[in-house]
Every structure is written in structure tokens, then in C-alpha cells.
Design a protein around this ligand. Structure first.
Ligand SMILES: Nc1ncnc2c1ncn2[C@@H]1O[C@H](COP(=O)(O)OP(=O)(O)OP(=O)(O)O)[C@@H](O)[C@H]1O
Ligand SMILES: [Mg+2]
Length: 329
């Protein structure tokens, strides 16, 4: 294996009865980079992470973590990695500080280093004030932050995070992203699963999009977005202006202008900033009052729709409304 590769999945398959939850997944994560594994509910993200972290044995295929084979060297794999799963694993009846010290002890850290490492993590995850309260009294967000802190105590070179920010409010999510960026700067390799397109876009160097157990796309966020189409220029004009005249002016700069009368918005495909500034100049010269002018690049959500034909947040089948109706009687 290439020594610059920190995590590798090689044709991983996991079957539960007839259901192939993971059906031939391969990828490599270069050391010191972030791979975002993006996919809807039931795509096979957790199952892939469980195989790579030795919690579940592959039906076939294999993988490497930090140079160790997940099937032949599971002990070494476990020593080289940290994992934060989707479900909380901390002990509710201990305090945060006790949880951190216990896991530090279990991972064989020298006593003298556990104490300062725990204090540092409590600080980073904004848990210092609550450090000596039992976890049972914590909010969901605090537990989530402690989960992550615990997986970092032994400073593993490779970190697996299964939906790390699910259940966090936007502020805590941003704080966590900062912590994760800091770890990567210090050399940690990160594999994270997420259903949030924005999260993959914010953190990942590379993204694998997984759907129904298959990798359906692999590339940088920019690559994936450019697959979903070109950027568009979006111009919104004020209520007092003549929409038809605005449309005619915009057509002089770009082709295929789409007009939304109600929103007073004109949209057209653009090749980039040059088109946008030309439109800005033409409108400034014409005296037509413009409310807003911007360049809109395709989002990862558009990418998902383009690749799968359904939006990332859609259920794999559309029974959810029916179930909800049933539940409401
Ligand atoms: N222990 C199990 N026994 C039977 N089926 C399972 C088991 N674990 C997972 N599955 C099935 O495997 C498929 C993939 O599940 P997985 O948990 O990997 O999805 P996921 O991408 O992590 O989804 P989510 O975003 O909801 O966490 C699903 O169809 C799930 O029902
Ligand atoms: Mg999952």
C-alpha cells in the first residue's frame, strides 16, 4: 500500500441476508486530508465506517487503516484510530472529566499525559465549566461534544466521525468545524460521514457520494459541483422598473435569460465573473435600479439531484408522509 494513504477501502461488501448494505465500495484517503462520505439515510455510510473501524466484519473485500489490515491486524487498527459513532458512547453516570480520563487510561496513555490532555479537550469543546457534572445532566449538544472529545483523547492519527454534527445547533456546528480544521492542520486524517451537503463542502478535500451501497461519484467539492452544471447570474430588479426592458438588456449580455415575474428576478447561465460584471455595467449605464446581482454556483444539493434523480434529504422511498399520517391517526 502507498504509505501516503491513511485509509483505504478495497471493494468492501456487507450483506445482511439478501440486503447488500454496502456493495463494492472502494476509495483511498491520503494522510492528512479529509474525506467526506455523503449520502442519504440507509446509503451504507455507517456500515462502511463499522467495517473500517473493525466493529463489523466485511462479507468480502478489505481495507487498511494507518498501514494496518482491518481483517488481519484489527488490534493495530484500533490503536491507530478514534471513532465517534452515531450513538453516544460515554458513561452517563460519570463526569466529563472522568469519562476522558477513563478512556485515556483504557487506551494505554501514560497517567501524566492524561490529565493535561483531558483539560485541553474540555477547553476546546467548551466543556470546562461543566467538566465535573455527571453526563446525565448534559444537553444533547454537550453530549455530542463530549463524544468527540473522548474519541480524541489518545490523539489518534486517523479519526472516523459518523455524522459528527447531527443534533448540534448552527453555532456549535461551526465551533466543531473549527476544531476539526485545527486537527487536520496538525496532521490528523479524517473520514466523516454526513447528510449535510454544506458540511462536506466546508471540510472535505474529497467527497465520495454513496447511494444504495454504491459509490456513485468521487471528487473534490469543486469537481462535483462543476458536474452539476455551470454557474448562473441572478439579477433582481426593483419594483418600479420595467421588467421587459430589463430582460432585453440582460439578453444583450448572456443567452437564455429566464424571467420570474413575481420575484422580479432574471436568471441566466454564466461562464463566470466576467458575465456578471458586464451585466452590472450595462445596467448601471441604463439607469435601471438593481436590487441584487450575484453569481450562483451549483450546490452539492444540485449535485446530488443530478447524480441520483432525488434530493439528498428525500427518503429512499416516499412512504414517510404516509407513516406520519398514520401516526397522527
Ligand atoms: N445490523 C444490521 N442488520 C440488518 N440490516 C442492517 C444492519 N445495519 C444496517 N442495515 C441496513 O443496511 C443499510 C445501510 O445502513 P447504514 O446504517 O449503513 O446507512 P447510513 O448511510 O449510515 O444511514 P443513516 O444516514 O440513516 O445513518 C440499511 O438498509 C440498513 O437497514
Ligand atoms: Mg448512519
Amino acid at each position: 500500500m502507498d504509505s501516503n494513504v491513511a485509509v483505504e477501502a478495497v471493494d468492501l461488501v456487507k450483506r445482511f441476508g439478501d440486503n447488500a448494505a454496502v456493495d463494492g465500495v472502494s476509495f483511498a484517503v491520503p494522510a492528512g486530508t479529509v474525506l467526506g462520505m455523503l449520502g442519504p439515510n440507509g446509503a451504507g455510510k455507517t456500515t462502511t465506517v463499522r467495517m473500517l473501524t473493525t466493529l463489523s466484519r466485511p462479507t468480502s473485500g478489505t481495507g487498511m487503516v494507518a498501514g494496518y489490515d482491518i481483517i488481519r491486524q484489527p488490534e493495530m487498527v484500533r490503536r491507530s484510530m478514534g471513532l465517534t459513532g452515531q450513538a453516544a458512547t460515554v458513561d452517563e453516570l460519570l463526569t466529563a472529566r472522568e469519562n476522558l480520563r477513563m478512556v485515556g487510561g483504557l487506551s494505554g496513555m501514560p497517567r501524566a499525559t492524561i490529565r493535561p490532555a483531558a483539560d485541553d479537550l474540555l477547553e476546546r469543546f467548551l466543556l470546562t465549566d461543566a467538566a465535573d457534572r455527571i453526563v446525565k445532566t448534559y444537553s444533547g449538544g454537550m453530549r455530542r461534544r463530549l463524544d468527540l472529545a473522548v474519541s480524541l483523547i489518545a490523539a489518534p492519527p486517523v479519526l472516523f466521525l459518523d455524522e459528527p454534527t447531527t443534533g448540534l445547533d448552527p453555532r456549535s456546528r461551526n465551533d466543531l468545524w473549527d476544531v476539526l480544521r485545527g486537527l487536520v492542520r496538525e496532521g490528523t486524517t479524517l473520514l466523516l460521514t454526513t447528510q449535510y451537503l454544506e458540511e462536506a463542502d466546508q471540510l472535505a478535500d474529497d467527497i465520495v457520494v454513496i447511494d444504495k451501497g454504491h459509490v456513485i461519484a468521487h471528487g473534490t467539492p469543486t469537481d462535483l459541483k462543476s458536474q452539476a452544471g455551470r454557474a448562473s447570474v441572478v439579477l433582481t430588479v426593483t419594483h418600479s422598473c420595467d421588467l421587459r426592458r430589463a430582460e432585453e438588456l440582460m439578453r444583450r449580455c448572456v443567452e437564455e435569460v429566464h424571467l420570474e415575474v413575481g420575484a422580479r428576478r432574471l436568471t441566466a447561465q454564466a461562464s463566470g465573473l466576467a458575465d456578471m460584471s458586464r451585466i452590472g455595467e450595462v445596467f448601471a449605464a441604463s439607469g435601471i435600479a438593481v436590487d441584487d446581482l450575484g453569481l450562483q454556483r451549483p450546490s452539492l444539493d444540485d449535485v446530488f439531484l443530478h447524480l441520483t434523480g432525488h434530493r439528498a434529504e428525500d427518503e429512499p422511498d416516499s412512504t414517510s408522509d404516509v407513516q406520519l399520517e398514520g401516526a397522527l391517526g
